[in-house]
Design a protein around this ligand. Sequence first.
Ligand SMILES: [Mg+2]
Length: 173
Amino acid sequence: MFRFLYPKEYISSVFEMSAERIKKLDKDTVVFDIDNTLVPYWIKVPDERLVRYFRSLGDAGIKTAVLSNSREERSKVFCAVTSMPYVFRAGKPRKKGFYRLMDKIGSSPHKTIIMGDQIFTDVWCGNRVGAYSVLVKQVSPKDELITAPKRPFEKIIVKMYLRYVRKNGGKYE
Ligand SMILES: [Mg+2]
């Protein structure tokens, strides 16, 4: 019933999505959510490990970009460190912001992985545009006020999703 909200994969950290793995999936672009996907919401810049990770993808010819529902300052400061392109106030799960980002970086949705910690914004958005949606376990248990009320519903969807995957022999499709 809620298949449209299911991610293609559920991973515990973005680092699991290595350049090698991305190439194996035949994708050339990764679109990241920032808050609670890469860093907790109060951390303004990527740490060294993240910077190294972004570089490892770039070195492998994989484009990286940020799609954030937050205000401009958030993406601007975070992305400045590695000069990563971004679209702010993306309005996920609406498709418009995602397409704007695709235009900006010259990528297409079916070659793109979207990684985020929220079902109702990141995963749903990715599924709507035909991108490869990856749900990432939130890096901090602390959510912003706007996010917190959605978590109990997300938990239900994730539970259904995991049961579905289990029944399906560990495979999404
Ligand atoms: Mg988030």
